[in-house]
Design a protein. Sequence first.
Length: 242
Amino acid sequence: MVDTPRKSRKKPEPEVIAPPPVTGRIRRWVLRGLSGFAAFFGVLILLFSFIPPPINLYQLGESWRLGGISKDWVGWDDIAPVMARSVVAAEDANFCLHWGFDMAAIRAAVDQGGNRGASTLSQQVVKNTFLWHGRSYLRKALEAMLTPVVELVWSKQRILEVYLNVAEFDEGVFGVQAAAQHHFGVDARDLSALQAARLAAVLPDPKERSASNPSDFVRKRTRAIMAGAETIAADGRADCFE
């Protein structure tokens, strides 16, 4: 019997996987970048809910420009309650009533052609703590994304505590403790109603206004803030942080 040669099986060609389209790779990198961005700020928001933010971009810039800044973190219990009420009355009277954005103030700003500020204390905390100063659509977009998260994770008291410790009250003077010492020679816990209102009156323009050498405008604004602080204490709009 003659053996017939067996036909050799042809090995299948290896499957060639085409590289993904460029747009697909870009999309993946963008998604990874956004995920990293969200994780980064998420960690910072969680950390700063219980530890003091060390320094922010604006403070770094001012420290470089001025050769140093004055800042001294103090806890909530070391700040006079009237100081918190004064800042709320001056900057965001509906602080306890909104979730980060004051829609009534935004509508009023639109009606007035955008000449009137509508940023809440929560938005200012996000800007001062995590972002940078200056007008740009990117910063405003990031601020709009981060503000609801801060409102969700932090208490209203914590938002106000951080604000009072990072706000600028004179050129290179940051935080209510440094401001109280700089302008009045007292600690933040010992501020009187008048002194607290004076400090609040220089916001949001501390380089052009002075709490210790007040102009007529600052004096007038101080009186309005003192009245406003008493009002929000009486009508319950300070309940969320006291």
